[in-house]
Design a protein. Structure first.
Length: 118
């Protein structure tokens, strides 16, 4: 059974930092493109960052220079380091895994809430 379990969300003041973790079980993450998505109230879910099996990364413009995605293939964990957080970063953050050899095979975590507020 495949599971993606996110952790690390919470309430933080503007300018603060959080590190999200996504622990995978039941898959080898080296065979997947791993990503972080977010969904704010009333908005569509959007891709925030992704990391390929070769560790190349992609970010949406609004988080470039502030967020860093990384992976630990041994621990089967993907991280999202978020610095200089802004209120507009407030959302539920979801971990996602897309199988390299068949992109229709994908998995989602249950989400973790990030709230940026003073």
């Amino acid at each position: 059974q495949v599971q993606l379990v996110e952790s690390g969300g919470g309430l933080v003041q503007p300018g603060g930092s959080l590190r999200l973790s996504c622990a995978a079980s039941g898959i080898m993450i080296t065979n997947y493109v791993m990503g972080w998505y977010r969904q704010a109230p009333g908005k569509q879910r959007e891709l925030v960052a992704k990391i390929e099996s070769g560790s190349s990364t992609t970010y949406i413009d609004s988080v470039k220079g502030r967020f860093t995605i990384s992976r630990d293939n041994v621990q089967k964990t993907v991280y999202l380091q978020m610095n200089s957080l802004k209120p507009e970063d407030t959302a539920v953050y979801y971990c996602n895994a897309v199988y390299l050899y068949s992109p229709s095979i994908r998995y989602w975590g249950q989400g973790t809430q990030v709230t940026v507020s003073s």
